[in-house]
Design a protein around this ligand. Structure first.
Ligand code: SAM
Length: 383
C-alpha cells in the first residue's frame, strides 16, 4: 500500500508543544491502538448495540451525505463520473462497508464511488485492503495533518472519532484545506466529521477539559491500551470551528447538521474509567435485547449519576432526556409486572431496548452529549 509522507509546515502556533516534548504532527497515537487489530477483527465488536443502535444511525447519516454530494455535483445528470470520497482514519474500512449499505447505493447503485481510505496504521490498512480493496477502493498510509491526499474530493467521511486525535487548530486546518480544495471546481463539498462528544455520560470527570489523555481500554483484546491525547467537542464549539474554517476557505455552507451518537450506550460505559459509579449501560442494553437474559431494570437508571456543571442547553437536555429514559423504564416495569419471567426476557425487555433506542435517536440534539458528535457539512458549489 502506498505511503503519503508529504510534510507541511505547522500553521497554528498554539498547536506547538513546548520544546523537548512530543510533536503532535509527527507522532501518531503511540500504543493507543495496540489492541486495535484484535478489536476490529473480533466478532464481539458487532454487539446488538453496534448492529441495531449505532450502525443504522450512521448509515442514515452517510446516506444523507452521499445524496447531498451527488446533488452538489449534478446528481443523476452527472453521467458515469464517480463521486470522489476520502475516508479519514479509515482503519479496517468500516465506513466503506457502511457506505455500501446506504439506501442510495444499495438500492440504486448510483453514484459510483471512487473511494480512498487514509490512515496512520499499516496493520489496519492491510486488513482493509485485503477485505475491500479493488480498482475503485484504495487505501493509503498517511497522516491527514500532513495534507489531504488526492484533494479535491466531493465527499469526506469519518467514523470512530479519528478527528479527535487532532488538536482544534489541526482540525480547523484540515477542514479549511478540504473546503478550499473544492473552491471553483463547480462541485459541492460534503464532510462528515466525527469527534468525541465533550459532555458524554462516559466521562463526567473530564467535562471541564477539551483535550485529555484517553485510553481505548474497551477494545476486545488482551493487549494493554496506552493513552493518547484526544479532543472533545460541544455542539456549538464544533459548529464554530467549522464555520471559521469555511470563512477561511472562502466557502458558503448550505447545511451544518450535528448529531449526538450513543448518548447512553458508548463503549466507555463498559470501563467506567472516567465517570464515578457508571454502570455498564451498553452491556445492560445488549442484555435487554437478548431474549434469554433477564435484566434488573434499576441498573439502567441514570438519575443517580452525579453530573458536573455544563452549559445550560446541555444541562437542560440531559435533565429532560434522563426523565424520558426513566419514564420508559417505569412503563416497562409496570407492563412486566403482569408477565411471567420468560416473557419479560423474551418479549418485554427486547421491546424496551427498541423503545430506548428510538427515544435516543429522536431526542438527540447535536450538543456533544454522546460518545460521538458527528457533523454533516455541505458547502454549495461556488463556480
Ligand atoms: C477508532 S479508529 C476508527 C477506524 C474506522 N474509521 C472505524 O470507524 O472503525 C480511528 C482511526 O484514526 C486513525 N488516525 C488517527 N490519527 C490520524 C491521522 N492524523 N491521520 C490519519 N489517520 C489517523 C487511527 O490510526 C485509527 O485507525
Amino acid at each position: 500500500m502506498p505511503d503519503a509522507d508529504a510534510a507541511r509546515p505547522p500553521a497554528d502556533p498554539e498547536d506547538h508543544p513546548p520544546a523537548g516534548t512530543a510533536d503532535p504532527r509527527t507522532d501518531g497515537p503511540g500504543d493507543a491502538y495496540a489492541g486495535a487489530l484484535d478489536h476490529y477483527t473480533s466478532p464481539a465488536r458487532r454487539d446488538w448495540v453496534k448492529r441495531v443502535w449505532e450502525e443504522p444511525q450512521l448509515i442514515g447519516l452517510l446516506d444523507r451525505a452521499v445524496r447531498a454530494a451527488a446533488r452538489g455535483t449534478g446528481g443523476a445528470s452527472r453521467g458515469p463520473e464517480p463521486l470522489r470520497v476520502l475516508d479519514v482514519g479509515c482503519g479496517t474500512g468500516v465506513v466503506l462497508e457502511l457506505l455500501r449499505r446506504t439506501p442510495v447505493l444499495r438500492d440504486h447503485g448510483a453514484p459510483l464511488l471512487d473511494y480512498l481510505g487514509v490512515d496512520l496504521d499499516a496493520a489496519l490498512l492491510a486488513v482493509a485492503e485485503q477485505r475491500l480493496g479493488d480498482e475503485r477502493s484504495r487505501f493509503l498510509r498517511g497522516d491527514i495533518r500532513a495534507g489531504i491526499p488526492g484533494a479535491p474530493q466531493e465527499l469526506y467521511v469519518s467514523s470512530g472519532v479519528p478527528f479527535s486525535h487532532l488538536t482544534r487548530g489541526e482540525l480547523r486546518e484540515v477542514v479549511t484545506e478540504a473546503l478550499a480544495a473544492g473552491r471553483g471546481t463547480g462541485a459541492g463539498t460534503v464532510l462528515v466529521i466525527d469527534v468525541l462528544g465533550r459532555y458524554s455520560l462516559e466521562w463526567t470527570s473530564r467535562w471541564e477539559q477539551t483535550r485529555w489523555e484517553y485510553a481505548m481500554s474497551f477494545f476486545s483484546t488482551d493487549r494493554e491500551a496506552g493513552a493518547t491525547p484526544m479532543s472533545t467537542y460541544g455542539g456549538s464549539e464544533l459548529a464554530e470551528l467549522i464555520e471559521a474554517a469555511a470563512r477561511d476557505a472562502g466557502r458558503t455552507l448550505s447545511r451544518l447538521e450535528l448529531v449526538d451518537r450513543s448518548i447512553v450506550v458508548g463503549r466507555h460505559t463498559a470501563t467506567g474509567a472516567y465517570t464515578p459509579g457508571l454502570r455498564d449501560l451498553r452491556q445492560l442494553v445488549n442484555d435487554l435485547a437478548d431474549p434469554h437474559t433477564l435484566v434488573d431494570p434499576s441498573a439502567l437508571l441514570l438519575s443517580d449519576l452525579d453530573l458536573p456543571p455544563a452549559p445550560e442547553p446541555v444541562e437542560r437536555f440531559l435533565a429532560t432526556f434522563i426523565a424520558r429514559w426513566e419514564e420508559l423504564l417505569a412503563a416497562a416495569g409496570r407492563a412486566a409486572a403482569a408477565l411471567p419471567a420468560e416473557r419479560v426476557a423474551a418479549e418485554a425487555q427486547p421491546r424496551l431496548a427498541e423503545d430506548l433506542l428510538a427515544m435516543e435517536h429522536e431526542a438527540q440534539a447535536g450538543l456533544g452529549v454522546g460518545h460521538s458528535l458527528t457533523a454533516l457539512v455541505v458547502a454549495a458549489p461556488d463556480g
